[in-house]
Design a protein around this ligand. Sequence first.
Ligand SMILES: O=C(O)c1ccccc1NCC(=O)[C@H](O)[C@H](O)COP(=O)(O)O
Length: 260
Amino acid sequence: MNILDKIVIRKKEEVAEAKQKVSVDQLEKSPNFYRKPLVFKDFLLDEKRTGIIAEFKRRSPSKGLINGKADVAEVTKAYNLAGASALSVLTDIDFFGGTTEDLFKARAVNQIPILRKDFMIDEYQILEAKAWGADIILLIASILTPLQIINFGKLAQSLGLNVLLEVHNLEELEKSICPHLNAIGVNNRNLGDFTVNIQTSFDLVDNIPSEFLKISESAIDNPEVIKQLKAVGYNGFLIGENFMKTDNPGLAIKEFVEQL
Ligand SMILES: O=C(O)c1ccccc1NCC(=O)[C@H](O)[C@H](O)COP(=O)(O)O
């Protein structure tokens, strides 16, 4: 069984536990549920920003502990100040050390779009994302059926949320494309075996229809790579570890952006 299968099994248990603790009715009554989400496109295409979607990630299955000390409010504010177009905040606790509280804290101090970075397998999690103050949800093609992608995308967009579909190859892309998406992310990390290859983004870019924002995800550790990805048509660049592995992720992004 690969790690993604393990994550999905645990996620199903987690969602069942969450449903027992917090009803849909309670989620729908939370203050953020009435908040108008920020529009991903407006920030990603804003030339005063960088296109970087800067991720707050404490640990990962591929790398283990990345940063055990970073403060989510401090780091995300610094990401924002450095010109990030959006933030990505992990809310998965068991595999990534993220928490719901991290999303709340990031939301409280930032006015740029926030992606709830998690493994969405149930519509309940989309309601949670809205209630917790996220603007964007992630749908991972390899763990969802085409019908789930349509239904989850429809629900998210009906709540004003933006939808980022993540694919790793042409087959996933072709089976998952539907009108209820805003952005398509090509993950350079194979989530089955953790190998990374930026070439994946270059190989798939021309297969992404022009109506979707194009995002390259994972293993981006060099400003030169962003320039090359931009040149072939990418609008956004999801970067986590390159900043989070340092003692000062806020300074790391600032120095990175100065080289763009
Ligand atoms: O990062 C992992 O080890 C991982 C393992 C299994 C599923 C997902 C995983 N990562 C999620 C991501 O896609 C990355 O956090 C994100 O794209 C940022 O990547 P990076 O800049 O390489 O931290």
